[in-house]
Design a protein. Structure first.
Length: 301
């Protein structure tokens, strides 16, 4: 049976589309609030078109919202010819609604600034990072992106064969440095704080917080180890045939997922059962399927 991979991808992209669009609109709204309340009034340049808009306002006295509209329209135009439709769709929505929300939230932002005055730039950077990270996180989590310079990164990746990550990092650093020249070094420090903290928040939102650990155990005492995992930890275990790359000796490797709270007990128990066991432990962010604790308890009855 041949799988239609394009059809599967289309089904995934269209799944819960309305809800995903609503979430993306909420994220775009929060990005606009963050821009109007924290970034633009404090000249915090964190990259992207919004960062360039703040710089061009200082140098050329251009209206930031107008600049974002024009730059976004230009990038959308060239992306229409240079990018695939699927890549375009992921960012076109935010590219359209973000400038609109900047204009729409202007009066609301003035009210916020009137009643919530932030005089400490550290507090401003922390709140901005939280808001920016959360907004980008929920947009990325539902399969969209923030558009804008993301389109340029994809074009560079497609035609110059430079990874999007490297292109994005280089562009962000360049824009932040331009901001440093335009304003002062203090702004760079606060901008760096926002970028760093928001990236952590985005990662946590995308992959979650690790509450479990995955263990890979190479041991000659497979039966004892398996018995301990199933009977004491009440969790499933997978036994993998393996071969040492250097020694070329064949053996068994056990793989299992345990709660983080059981990490210390399990690690020490492994050493007690087999002091020569080879052990690898990684953070585990998601587990689906397999044998549950409840199922193991049921089998024991």
């Amino acid at each position: 049976m041949n799988l239609d991979l394009n059809k599967i991808l289309d089904e995934v992209n269209n799944r819960n589309l309305f809800l995903r669009i609503v979430i993306t609109m909420i994220g775009s709204f929060l990005l606009a609030i963050n821009y109007n309340v924290f970034l633009e009034p404090n000249n915090l340049v964190i990259g992207g078109l919004s960062g360039l808009a703040i710089v061009t306002k200082k140098i050329f006295s251009w209206n930031p919202t107008t600049f974002i509209y024009i730059a976004t329209s230009f990038l959308l135009l060239i992306s229409t010819f240079l990018l695939d439709k699927k890549e375009l769709i992921k960012g076109i929505f935010v590219s359209i609604v973000f400038p609109f929300f900047i204009t729409l939230t202007g009066p609301l932002s003035q009210i916020i600034l009137k009643y919530l005055q932030f005089n400490d730039k550290i507090i401003i950077a922390l709140v901005s990072a939280l808001l920016y990270g959360f907004a980008c996180g929920i947009i990325y989590k539902v399969g969209f992106n923030t558009g804008g310079l993301d389109f340029l990164m994809k074009i560079v990746n497609k035609y110059a064969k430079i990874s999007e990550g490297k292109a994005s990092f280089s562009t962000s650093i360049t824009i932040v440095l331009i901001g440093a020249i335009t304003f002062d070094i203090n702004n760079v420090v606060y901008s760096a704080i926002i970028l760093y903290l928001s990236s952590i928040i985005i990662d946590r939102m995308l992959i979650g917080i690790s509450t479990t650990k995955v263990f890979f155990i190479e041991t000659k005492k497979v039966r004892k180890m398996k018995k301990f995992i199933i009977e004491e930890l009440k969790t499933g275990v997978t036994i993998i045939d393996m071969e040492g790359g250097y020694t070329q000796k064949k053996g068994k490797m056990l793989m299992c997922v345990v709660d983080s709270k059981d990490y210390y007990i399990f690690r020490e128990s492994i050493q007690a059962i087999d002091p020569k066991a080879f052990l690898i432990v990684n953070d585990c962010y998601e587990v689906a399927g397999g044998v549950k604790r409840e199922r193991i308890n049921l089998l024991e009855r």
